[in-house]
Design a binder for this molecule. Sequence first.
Ligand SMILES: Cc1ncc(COP(=O)(O)O)c(C=O)c1O
Length: 442
Amino acid sequence: MQGDTNRSRAQNSRRMFLKSTGALAAGMYLSGSDTAKAQVETLAMNGGPKAVTASHGDATTWPRYGKEEEEAVVELVRSPGYGPIEALEKDWKGFFGLPYCKAHYNGTSAITAMFFALNLPPGSEIMVPCSTFWATIMPMRFFGLVPIFIDIHPRTLNFDLEDAKRKLTKNTKAMFPVHYLGMPADMDHISDFAKEKGLIVLEDACHAHGASMHGKPMGAWGRMACFSFQASKPLPAIEGGMGNYQNREDYERAATLGHYECPQTFPADSKYAKYGLTGLGLKLRMHPMAAALARCQLKKLAKRNADGIAQTRRLNDRLIQLPGLYEQQNRPDVERVYYAANRFLFNEKEAGMSRAACIKALAAEGVSVGAAGAQFQCDAPAYHEAEWWHHLPVIAETFPGAEEVNQRGISLPYFTKDVPELIDQYIKAFEKVWAHRKELAS
Ligand SMILES: Cc1ncc(COP(=O)(O)O)c(C=O)c1O
């Protein structure tokens, strides 16, 4: 396990400074008068004043729609039609520099179409992270595909390539990492390994609209990728999804499964053109109202991501100076986005207090904080019942990375609007609690 050694340079240098000045030992992390204040202030749980007094109000409200979305919806109501779907697909391809995409009813249907497009023999196995939403995995069933559960790295919460190397079988045909909570999976190394072993690379980018690695957007790394536009996602359309396709065969096959109107638009030499009368059995068309919303949101995506990142950095750059607190790892060569939560890993030994005691003290200060774990799939009954699968998924006995997340994870809210006062007060609360950590340990 890489553990906590992979710290950012800023984190290391600040810690070294604190250590060398003796400030760490004294529990002095605050600046100027704040330091003195925090040291004399009694913890809120012991009757002292709360560090967080500003209201959380609508700080985490999502989605955030405005006039533009209202007007787009009203326009559609006044002149109903499917136009917004095609318009969204055009904008989306431009955003990704992508040859093909298809708007689907939701992320789950984009994934279903993707598995169909793979056209793999029944019994083929696809590697997925053990911690994800069920939709990354369950649609495999319809095509005789079987998941191999790969552990996650506790710092990134993402697909652990080293575990994938251990779990490769003769039936493994593809890897399907998830960019969990907006953190890009290690697509560069995953792609190299896939190339070496002749595996297909897919991406679940349902949390990562606008994230990138080495300047290349997530969703443009794999042969196919899926996005969700469900209400909580970085690009919310209340419900909706998108499939990204790098080649024509995948696009045509994926689109034919659930969009009977598509084959008639394919070139005459397409082997799917003849299915215009029937499609291939599903109807996965996105609602045009969702497409209208998604189109508006796409225009705002880059700015919203940038604002969210800037504010989260302002908070996290201070919090990660505290001994034992590690954020969901940010490789210096990736541009992550944030979605739903701001996650940390807590090292009790280094922090000098238990996770439970720390959370209790922070909560008493007014911080919206909780223990957080992995979104572990493998215990769910469906993966243990042969009737649902071509063959039963082989599930490892332990997933040490996911287990570590369960024991050490901490979650803060992801603030979806500018809340400078709250950010300052969160910093104050954390630094205050850390200044009292000896007391909390006992
Ligand atoms: C990782 C992941 N994949 C796929 C999906 C499915 O997307 P949808 O809810 O739009 O069907 C979700 C939804 O939460 C998700 O979190």
